[in-house]
Design a protein around this ligand. Structure first.
Ligand code: UDP
Length: 246
């Protein structure tokens, strides 16, 4: 990679250029943050684990017709991706009440939602990533109404594919966050990562509300054994992918 230059460093990843302007390298770090970076730490091996999980899930989604920025996993921590301009939106899909949904609505943790809920948040650290409405997205010109419809449709499609996949892994997909970007041909691509950092994943073999947690809530809530949990997700994703030929 001769022309490699660091373009951007985020909380969990570093983005490098390549000699092709349309192709970037996304490097997954072991750094972990939560609560708008007020809590910081490291999770040993997280970069490699999340890079591998994300690679498998992007490949799975591509097989189901979802256009993503994923090109290839090029090393333990590195993914080759298409260059996109990231929309300043986080699209969250929820199947079961947890996290901010419980805090903001009073719903009880673990309540199965009557339908998958799609929430939009403003990617803006200074404002603390506030919840948006479609009208606010239009007002702030963060996306067009056509794009909002597209995002909603894609998010629900991703939810169907991932929920079924994780179900086969013995894991419940509680909720997750997606980011999207626009490439040089103006195509809307699923971007960023899909990993235990960005999903709530509950082990179906455990009933205890703390023991079942296989995602970043272990870090957020100091539940311990974070790396073990992430590794368990990876192992199940790998064996299910091998089973399906993903
Ligand atoms: N999430 C994320 N990045 C964020 C905020 C949320 O990946 O900046 C994920 C989070 O891991 C969970 C889902 O989005 O899987 C819903 O998070 P929620 O709104 O409940 O917020 P939280 O409780 O994590 O603050």
């Amino acid at each position: 990679m001769p022309d490699r230059q660091q373009l951007y460093e985020g909380k969990a990843k570093i983005v490098y250029s390549t000699d092709d302007p349309q192709v970037l390298i996304s490097y997954f770090k072991d750094d972990a943050t939560a609560f708008n970076a007020k809590k910081r730490g490291q999770i040993a091996g997280k970069g490699e684990i999340n890079c591998a999980i994300s690679s498998h899930l992007f490949r799975l989604l591509e097989q189901h017709g979802v256009a993503t920025h994923f090109i290839d996993q090029v090393s333990g921590n590195e993914m080759k991706v298409w260059a996109v301009k990231i929309l300043p939106l986080e699209v969250v899909v929820r199947n079961i009440a947890a996290g901010s949904l419980c805090l903001q609505t009073g719903m009880e943790l673990g309540t199965v939602l009557k339908f998958p809920l799609v929430d939009y948040y403003y990617k803006n650290d200074a404002l603390g990533d506030p919840l948006l409405t479609p009208d606010r997205i239009l007002l702030l010109e963060l996306a067009t109404s056509e794009q909002i419809e597209q995002l909603r449709h894609l998010a629900l499609q991703v939810n169907q594919v991932l929920s079924a996949f994780f179900q086969a892994c013995g894991i419940t997909l509680v909720d997750f966050k997606l980011e999207f970007g626009i490439d040089h041909q103006q195509r809307l691509l699923l971007a960023d990562e899909i990993s235990p950092d960005t999903c709530r994943l509950w082990n179906q073999a455990e009933t205890d509300p703390d023991r079942r947690v296989l995602d970043k809530d272990r870090f957020r809530r100091d539940l311990g054994e974070v790396e073990t949990a992430y590794r368990q997700v990876l192992e199940r994703v790998l064996s299910q992918s091998a089973h399906r030929g993903v």
